[in-house]
Design a protein around this ligand. Sequence first.
Ligand code: ADP
Length: 798
Amino acid sequence: KTADLAGLPPGVPEHLRDEGIEELYPPQAEAVEAGVTAGESLVASVPTASGKTLVAELAMLSAVERGGKALYIVPLRALASEKKAEFERWEEYGIDVGVSTGNYESSGEWLASRDIIVATSEKVDSLVRNNAPWVEDLSCVVADEVHLVDDSHRGPTLEVTLGKLRKINPGLQVVALSATVGNPEDIAEWLDAELVESDWRPIDLKMGVHYGNAITFDDGSQREVRVGKGDRQTPALVADILDDDSGGDEDDGGGSSLVFVNSRRNAEASAKRLADVTGKRITSAERGELAEIAQEIRDVSDTETSDTLANCVAKGAAFHHAGLAAEHRSLVEDAFRDRLIKVISATPTLAAGVNTPSRRVIVRDWQRYDGDFGGMKPLDVLEVHQMMGRAGRPGLDPYGEAVLLAKNADTRDELFERYIWADAEPVRSKLAAEPALRTHLLATVASGFAHTREGLLEFLDRTLYATQTDEPGRLERVTDNVLDYLEANGFVERDGDGITATSVGHTVSRLYLDPMSAAEIIDGLRWASDHREEKLRELEGEAGGSTRENRADAEANAEAGFRRASEMVPDADDAEGDESEGEFETDRTYPTALGLFHLVCRTPDMYQLYLKSGDREEYTERCYEREPELLGNTPSEYEDVRFEEWLSALKTARLLEDWANEVDEDRITERYGVGPGDIRGKVETAEWLLGAAEQLTSEIDASATIAVREAKMRVQYGVRDELIDLAGIRGVGRKRARRLFEAGIETRADLREADKSVVLAALRGRRKTAENVLEAAGRKDPSMDDVREADAEDVPDA
Ligand code: ADP
């Protein structure tokens, strides 16, 4: 009984009871018996939705009650705020909760006053590198989804971070939450923890395969679900469960579905089709509420994705993927939990962590394109089990159903073997890969965890990798390679046995850069410094206007000028002007913004855009046109892989350039085939990398600092250089800055002096906004009372 739990802050057991949590689930009870509320380390390997979060909360709350401090490590940024919101219900019992996301390069000192801190593993790693003082005060650390140590991109960070935290704090309680994996005992051994392993679930799960006109379940039962000739399986399955009213809830109107597909495009296409199924089945009351949610979705952003999503939601269907804006995601999740949205088509990456149970889960795509593999690859059992585990809402559904789809009997049998009867794979450390070690060895040296090669190896000996490896010399060999690399690039110095980080090495580690990214940026900036005069001459020469490109520029500019003015008029037609095509900077700073964008896009820290078919030709041509701006020698076309990467970086850099040239978000999504969330992602990464480059210039060529800072601010605000000052004012985005500028208000100083009626007109008559903007710009009398909006004719260029 939760009421009998000892060691928690007063009030917590009663609170749990009021939430309907009166008895612990069996795995939770085992965790308590293993000492999780008394400071013991624990690995809990249990199915999705069987109450792992409560185990973590019990551990953290009792740690705080004993006078300690707890850290909850999440695998995704999107989950950090969700978990924080969940833990905030303990604030009434005196528990302060803080979340640390965002800027990598800070020690987050304010977090010292919090009892529970939520952060991603990358953020924690960075806090440790920046010597956050409170890290020493931690007494309990929770690692959510610890099986992700198996992920080759992000796993090593979690692995090393847990190692460092344990080294800083030898008595640390580690609570590791894991999906059911093949080898939880390895994780427990690595963390010196008790193991709770269970396949108990709070609600029965039936797993099956749909083929022909029926689902065959693992218990041998069958359920008829007819698919008309030429029809698809998914809509039939979604309709079937919606029309089923065997659920416990009277006004449930049947059950909801979660459909997992393998790409964003498929998620959207599937949602559009499923909207026809749900649209016919919603009540008029639901239709009204859904229309309001659809409007909220449109209010978030004015993009095609937003529009498509709103259209689907109006009919009771939605899609969910990493390209969606965060506000969109939470609107969809909430409406699904409120049972207004009847079906979500999702990509696995995000939906895996989010708590959106549903009556039926349909795993439509069990294969996904894998670039490294060069083709379609079956998903891991672990991943499919996690999707399936989302089926069934305790208390609402009689049981959950997870269904895979087969087109023929052979596939049906294969799916049973591969996923339904199979156990999840074992978790394997990915630490011994060079890219991972490059980053982590430099950080380990720079933050003083090791000063010698032996010290490093000793540290690595306490990792999961060391627990698992049966190839003794491997880690040593890779370590030596990486140390050579770090030394050759000037990040560490070796003196006999001793290893120290250089000044650049410290900067790189503190900035949370992959050393290889830092090396690329440093080389590029050095190259720019050596070639400055020559490149400036080339750029000036070409600016004369002899090339075809420059003629096209002039035309594009004329059109752009027209377009900008026309945007001042409400409802102006979004003309087909291609405002940023191949445009050179007008004021010849060097390096140019595009050159710097390309440089940071070349680094392994930037996830580049793919070249689609036809892109190679297009970007090869652009590459030669813009070559004088690029910081480094373009690889020969015969160096296939390097050349291709160079072009992908250029494509990504052009997206950033469009953004910094004030091209509409919608056009960018169209032009590059990405979602609005992707633009934000690229912009944030570029901002961070350019910020790092700015700091590195002081080590190389200080004369480039201003150009780098300007490029950084242009991506940060998404504006041309003349708007940097205005766009930096709180409440003024790129569009408002442009309208103010067109109205003759070009700087903060202008705002302090400007005719208020002109400001008001430029801000489209929004008085409150105008007041806030004036106040933020430092105006003494920001009040807009009695100010009349200037007539359109008074506003220059309008
Ligand atoms: P997991 O993290 O294992 O996927 P969650 O922690 O999200 O699962 O739990 C799923 C749901 O079960 C949550 O809504 C939670 O409130 C509920 N829950 C957890 N423990 C209990 C319990 N002992 N009794 C009733 N409900 C519980």
